[in-house]
Design a protein around this ligand. Sequence first.
Ligand code: UDP
Ligand code: MG
Length: 323
Amino acid sequence: MADMTTARGEQPMLSIVVPMFNERPNVAPLVERIAAVVEGLPGKPTYEIVLVNDGSSDATADAIREQLQLRPHLVFVNLSRNFGHQLAATAGIELATGAAVVLMDGDLQDPPELIAAFVEKWRAGFDVVYAVRRTRKGESAFKLFTAGFFYRIITQLTKVSIPVDTGDFRLMSRRVVDALRRLPERHRFLRGMVSWVGFNQVGVEYDRDVRLSGETKYPLPKMLRFAIDGITSFSDIPLRFASYFGFVVSALAFVYALVVVVDKLFGVNPPAYTPGWASTIVAVVFLGGVQLISLGIIGEYLGRIYDEVKGRPLYLISDIERS
Ligand code: UDP
Ligand code: MG
């Protein structure tokens, strides 16, 4: 198992993977809190903290290098540019060598203290321990509403049951990580992919903190893209929207045709206004809209097929440094 060992030749018990994009002020407190929690775990597991710099434009890389000088057990993965949260997380997970891998955000919204509960469940035999947000501090009403709406839609649309109110904060056993490595898709929706993998999964509740410092890296357009990635990666129901709709419109048209014929044959009152104009316009505009939406949906999937077919690597690493 040469590829599962670190430079020191030992497989650590735990890997903690953190993707970071412009998180300079958060690096030191994050590393400190993770190390404190992990070193306090019963049985003192060996560990590594894999910090992935996702092409930050601030001094995140310098802050990480500084930590490498100060502490052991750190792995610094520097990506060649910004690849986005899900791909940076993927890079970290793929490079992690631990018997269990914890994925968490770099802004301390995911409290490292929960790792203790994760490890306890993992030792009890669970393969995936995911964190369920009981409350979310400091998130706007809009974000809470859209997130709630999205998780309910996606559970309706997909066959994979993705737990409601979970993020990517979770522990995965080695066999889940190895399974995940076999899912090569590039529009990644990790929380759904981990659900898809299966094995024994369990949730642990927690209160989500406010971001320690800096701003969210998920503004609305990025959140929307992420939501669309989630739906299109796990459901083809939107693609069938056009055909379902076709059936409904045809049925309505049939009924309307009957009405017209009956009226023509047996109708008594001549219509009081020029008949046909309003209904024609409504039908044309409405069907035009439906056709554009359907085309757009096909386009979404087509774009994804195009991206997959190119078969480019998911991310590129510029350096890996260890302490
Ligand atoms: N992140 C990243 N690359 C990006 C955007 C975000 O690695 O392009 C990291 C970010 O540094 C943080 C995590 O992904 O550690 C989650 O991002 P953020 O906290 O901004 O999302 P939110 O909690 O607001 O949903
Ligand atoms: Mg955050």
